[in-house]
Design a protein around this ligand. Structure first.
Ligand code: NI
Length: 406
């Protein structure tokens, strides 16, 4: 549907009128963070807010009472567009001295997901109030466990059928290094896939003075660190992007003993699905080959944590761009540079066209330019209404377009 400029203005005004309520709610959620797959009270709170709007929220992913979905039926038939917010906190102890400081040690909303919850709840409120004019259905997805890695909340919700009947999906992330209120969009690859690996080289321990009687696993580990980079420099098209990093390396305990084994683990990221799918075989060949060269066995584990990159659908992102221009103005829009971090929003995009975008929350004055996942992280609450207006307007725009393709 084309809601026109006056429709967008109405949505923006309504969002602004919710500013105080949004700030209060955001701070309340910030004070009570819950880690991945433990978002019990947060999910109940979200469900109760949706019930107040006359919706019928469903709580749960698999067997756990976390995560919430609700459908808003429009006044006319049409497609189903989904809006997604992630709701989990991180295992960090907050070091900000603010009245709404996290009440728990070891848990903190240090990525802005508290803001995402409130933005989506406000968008749900705005859209509920205009439901008679909506041609189709809007599905609100409050997803747990975005930060978990191996056990992604998006994967769990998709297994439970959250995308059934949905034709497109949008996701927003607040970002502290983008000035407050500015919006960044990008068609195509935006964030990378992320695989985790572990290699154990097994040799034979011995005395440091008699290396010929031992098999030194540390040599294999050292050689593998170099060999791994050939995967980037010699086995990948130089016009493509891939990063392979060693994050952990452990061997031995005593200075005059050659250790029996060396264990290392790390991470591989790329924007290209074809490259990503070919990396595991190459990685195993390198690790096993290096192990054999140094007479060591190599045990290799390779897991797709976020096996898909975040790739935004071209047509859908164009639609977002033109909608956002009417919400925040051309001067506040910029094309995003791709980043090698990951997001489990990619699981949705592997199934249906999706658009993931950033809303700046960085303000020097509000001390909200600190990097995400820092114990000093905070957001500028004044951007929350902009987020709600963006999500509500884009939902309307998506209902006007039934098909998207890359
Ligand atoms: Ni995040």
């Amino acid at each position: 549907m084309d809601i026109g400029t006056s429709g967008i203005e109405k949505i923006k005004d309504r969002a602004l009128s919710l500013a105080e309520e949004m700030t209060r709610l955001r701070r309340g959620i910030h004070e009570n963070p819950e880690l991945s797959w433990q978002e019990f009270a947060t999910s109940r709170l979200i469900a109760s807010k949706l019930e107040e709007l006359g919706l019928e929220p469903r709580i749960g992913v698999g067997d756990l009472p976390v995560g919430v979905t609700a459908d808003l039926e429009g006044g006319a038939p049409g497609p189903c567009a989904a809006l997604r917010a992630d709701i989990d906190a991180l295992a960090i102890t907050e070091e900000n001295n603010v009245p709404y400081k996290s009440c728990k040690s070891g848990a903190m909303h240090a990525c802005g997901h508290d803001g995402h919850i409130v933005i989506l709840l406000a968008a749900a409120k705005i859209l509920s109030e205009m439901k008679e004019s909506l041609p189709g259905r809007v599905r609100f997805i409050f997803q747990p466990a975005e930060e978990h890695g191996h056990r992604s909340g998006a994967r769990g919700m998709i297994n439970d059928g959250v995308l059934e009947g949905v034709s497109s999906i949008a996701g927003l992330h607040l970002w502290s290094d983008i000035p407050a209120g500015k919006v960044q969009w990008k068609a195509g690859p935006l964030m990378a896939s992320s695989d985790a690996w572990k290699v154990v080289f097994k040799g034979k321990g011995g005395h440091g003075a008699m290396p010929h009687l031992a098999v030194d696993a540390t040599l294999a580990a050292a050689a593998f660190i170099f060999a791994l980079q050939t995967l980037v420099s010699r086995e990948t098209d130089p016009l493509e992007t891939i990063v392979a990093s060693v994050g952990k390396l452990e061997a031995g305990q005593v200075i005059n003993i050659i250790p029996e084994s060396a264990e290392m683990s790390g991470n591989v990221r790329t924007f290209n699905r074809t490259i990503r799918d070919s990396v595991e075989e190459r990685f195993r060949r390198l690790a096993e080959g290096v192990g054999a060269t140094y007479r060591c066995g190599a045990q290799v584990r390779y897991d797709g944590v976020y096996p898909y990159p975040v790739v935004n659908d071209g047509a859908l992102t164009n639609l977002f761009r033109s909608t956002a221009a009417r919400v925040v103005g051309e001067e506040n829009l910029r094309e995003a540079a791709p980043r090698m971090t990951s997001e489990d929003f990619s699981f949705y995009q592997a199934k249906i066209p999706g658009c993931f975008f950033f809303l700046g929350s960085g303000s020097e004055e509000k001390k909200s330019t600190v990097p995400h996942h820092s114990p000093h992280f905070d957001i500028d609450d004044d951007v929350l209404p902009t987020g709600a207006a963006l999500m509500a307007s884009f939902a309307c725009a998506m209902l006007g377009r039934q098909r998207f393709s890359e």
